[in-house]
Design a binder for this molecule. Sequence first.
Ligand code: TZP
Ligand code: MG
Length: 232
Amino acid sequence: MGADLNARKLERNTLAVYPIIDIGYHRFVDVPRLSGAALRGGATIVQLRHKGEDFGLVAELVEKTRGWIAQAGIPLIINDRLDVALALGAQGVHLGQSDMAVKTARAAADHAGRGDLLLGVSVTTVAQAERAMADGADYLSVSPLFGTATKPDLDPPAGLEGLRRIRAALPTVPLVAIGGIRVGRVAEVIGAGADGVAFISAMDEHPEQGVRAIASAVRQTRASLNRKEQLE
Ligand code: TZP
Ligand code: MG
């Protein structure tokens, strides 16, 4: 773990390419291989997500993957489970609106001597976004951005308009978007104010190429937005 990963100051760029390895969704896939492919494809942060109770399985997968992830110098985030993130020494945890309260998670992490733990929070509205930041979040995920078959129990999508509103309210907050994002939509998502995109099914066909295509779309969009800004 590099010292910069412990600083708890998340650079907005770190959210650029955010693949999520979902142990249930990817159950027929070799998870360590998938994380290797994600890293080679240009992931800037990785999340491990597991909706079941099998702590042993998650622990085993984190043990198998965290060495490479740390070597690549990028953070490993655990979905939902603060206890798992703390027990396994991950860099952060990602919480939804119905998970542990952000304030409680921050206090528990501090109490465990992990004042550096990154806290990501899913939001769909400006009010949720402002609250999460006030409570100690380090980054936000606009979730879901678009409709997606990958996670059926979702709130109505925020859409690009919702993302724009959250970015306008919180201009400097590290902000990623998730839900139904394929490579062809990356430009509009970054254009609407996201620092990066998070995704699961975009890795379906060929994980490494899927991640690489997204990484290159994020870079190209950034470059053309910068050029536009310079011309204005
Ligand atoms: N949270 C909001 S949408 C979503 C999660 C975990 C699913 C994202 O998967 P996909 O396949 O990229 O739409
Ligand atoms: Mg959750």
